[in-house]
Ligand binder design. Structure first.
Ligand SMILES: NC(=O)C1=CN([C@@H]2O[C@H](COP(=O)(O)OP(=O)(O)OC[C@H]3O[C@@H](n4cnc5c(N)ncnc54)[C@H](O)[C@@H]3O)[C@@H](O)[C@H]2O)C=CC1
Ligand SMILES: O=C(O)C(=O)CO
Length: 305
């Protein structure tokens, strides 16, 4: 769709391009389709004097300096909504896989340990408490899955949601959530406020039997503190779809731990959802280039009228 209407330059080499590598492209670019591993900051904007619209096929936009874009009157689009159920499946799937040791069981079968050795024992979901930090669109979809599995759901947001009764989750303060949850799923956007939200103090307050799941952004968690908490068995298990750093080098100590499960940021990675995200991003990009309002704009104050 984009190619039919625009001259497109697409970065196809492995790795993240530097500003120097993108120099000439940015100089000419009127629209930018950015991936979340690109830092769209004041430096990039300064190198792109003709830029009029930015569209990113992701709901999180922590890699983009929104204020700098707004100052330049550049509307920025993300892709909320279209990935909600898919990401909720992965977040809840991580919880279920870790709790029931599905991945460990498969590794045992592959290693020929079955049936002689005792199977890895998991824990039940039924009757347990799930604490969600950041109960937005994905958190609400996770709540439905958890309730269907017989779990009680509590949550912490900056403010209580007026519709939490309908969603089936009970508001509580952050401290209480840490102390009482059997499972914690993190689904906050990465912001100044949430960066490093889970550090040594927070892990120390969790139950020693707690399972910690992060499907938001790696930097919401202090990786070293999580590593220490898992080694010291301050918490029982972690399951992460996002890490800091990301990608996590194969030599990283976290990967060697017996009580962790990590997936490579695949929350929204299904054929159907990636296609919906790409189409929505393309639609926003073309609308912006035509000077029309974007459908899902992050900085509506500079959305085209
Ligand atoms: N692993 C993956 O592949 C994916 C990860 N994500 C991440 O999940 C995040 C959430 O996505 P949605 O649910 O669609 O967003 P959303 O905006 O609907 O929900 C986010 C919720 O977090 C709350 N929140 C914000 N700051 C908070 C804080 N400091 N403490 C507690 N709560 C806070 C908000 O009030 C809101 O209710 C995205 O920003 C993105 O970073 C999203 C999609 C896929
Ligand atoms: O949408 C996002 O924010 C992701 O992390 C990838 O889908």
């Amino acid at each position: 769709a984009i190619q039919a209407q625009c001259e497109v330059r697409q970065w196809e080499q492995p790795g993240v391009p530097t500003l120097n590598q993108l120099g000439e492209w940015l100089q000419a670019a009127e629209g930018l389709l950015a991936l979340p591993n690109i830092a769209v900051n004041a430096g990039l904007l300064a190198a792109a004097p003709k830029l009029r619209v930015i569209a990113q096929p992701a709901v999180g936009y922590d890699n983009i300096d929104i204020q700098a874009c707004t100052d330049r009157k550049i509307p920025v689009a993300n892709t909320p909504g279209v990935l909600v159920e898919t990401t909720a499946d992965l977040a809840f799937g991580l919880l279920l896989t870790a709790a029931r040791r599905i991945h460990e069981g498969w590794a045992w079968v592959q290693a020929g340990k079955w049936p002689e050795a005792a199977l890895p024992l998991g824990v039940d979901l039924y009757g347990k408490t799930l604490g969600i930090v950041g109960l937005g669109a994905i958190g609400a979809a996770v709540t439905r899955r958890a309730r269907a599995s017989g779990m009680k759901v509590i949550y912490n947001n900056r403010r209580q949601r007026s519709d939490d009764d309908l969603i089936g989750a009970e508001y509580c303060c952050f401290e209480e959530l840490l102390a009482t949850s059997d499972f914690i799923i993190v689904l906050t956007p990465l912001t100044l406020e949430s960066r490093g939200l889970f550090a040594a103090n927070e892990f120390a307050r969790m139950k020693p039997t707690a399972y910690f799941i992060n499907a938001a952004r790696g930097a919401v968690v202090n990786t070293e503190a999580l590593y220490n908490a898992l080694v010291a068995r301050q918490i029982a298990y972690a399951a992460l779809d996002v890490t800091d750093p990301e990608p996590l080098p194969a030599s990283h100590p976290l990967i060697k731990l017996p009580n962790i499960l990590i997936t490579p940021h695949i929350g929204s990675a299904t054929r159907e959802t990636r296609s919906r995200m790409a189409l929505l991003a393309a639609e926003n990009l073309l609308l912006g280039l035509a000077g029309k309002p974007l459908v899902t704009c992050v900085n509506n104050e500079v959305n085209y009228q």
